[in-house]
Design a protein around this ligand. Sequence first.
Ligand SMILES: C[S@@+](CC[C@H](N)C(=O)[O-])C[C@H]1O[C@@H](n2cnc3c(N)ncnc32)[C@H](O)[C@@H]1O
Length: 235
Amino acid sequence: MTNVDDVKERFGRTADRVAEHSAKQIENVREEISALLVFKGDELVVDVGTGAGTLARAIAPLVREVVGVDAVPELLAAARASAPANVTFVEADATSMPLESFSFDIAMTRRTLHHIARPELVVAELARVTRLGGRIVVEDQIAPVDPLAALEVDRFERARDRSHTRLLPDVDLRHLFEANGLVLVTRRYRTERRSLDEYLELAGCTGEEKDRAAALSPGGRDGYVAESAWYVLRR
Ligand SMILES: C[S@@+](CC[C@H](N)C(=O)[O-])C[C@H]1O[C@@H](n2cnc3c(N)ncnc32)[C@H](O)[C@@H]1O
C-alpha cells in the first residue's frame, strides 16, 4: 500500500509556496535542533522527506555533510537551488531508500510520517541507514490521545490535503521506535497556533474546497492548534 502518487501530486502542485514557507523556517528549526542535539561537526546526516530542504539547510552549517531524500522532484529542484555545497539530494521513496545500511551518523525526518501510508517502514529505514550508536531524530505533529478527537483532526487534515494519511499519537510513535530497538534520549513537545487561512492555502486548498475544510477545523475558523513533538533516539 502506498500513497506516494498523492504526495507527488500535492507537493508538485504547491512546490513554490512550500519552498517559500520552508525558507522562512530555517533559522527557527536550527535553534530547535541545536537545543536538542550536540553536533561535533563531522557528522554525515540524512534528512528523509526533506521537501525544499528545511532541516537539511538548517543543520548544514553544523555538520560535515547532509543528504536530503524526497519523492517530489519539484521540491528537490527548489532545495538544490538554495542549498549550500555540503548538501546533496536524492529522489527516492522514504519507505525504501537507495542508501547503504549503517552509513549515516544521524538520520532525521521532520513532518513527514503523517504523509505516509505505512510510517513504520520509514522508521525502519531510518534505523537501517544509521550506524550503531548514531542518532535518529523524528519530528511530527502528534494525534490527540482521545481517538475521537484524533479522527476529527485527521478528517480536517485530509479535507485540506489528500496526501495526509494519519497523525500518530505519542504512544504509537514510541512503540514504533521500540520495535526498531531505538532508545529514547530526549523528547520535546510543542504547541503551535496556526493561522487557518495561511495553513489551508499552503496546501493549495482554495475556493469551495477551502470552505469545506475550514468548516471541519477542530479549532473553528479562527485558528488551528497543533501539538507536535521532537524525539531524539539512539540507534
Ligand atoms: C510537510 S512536508 C515536510 C518537508 C520537510 N521535512 C520540512 O520540514 O519542511 C512532507 C514531505 O514529505 C515528503 N514525502 C511524503 N511521502 C514521501 C515518501 N513516501 N517518500 C519520500 N518523501 C515523502 C513530501 O514530498 C514532503 O516533502
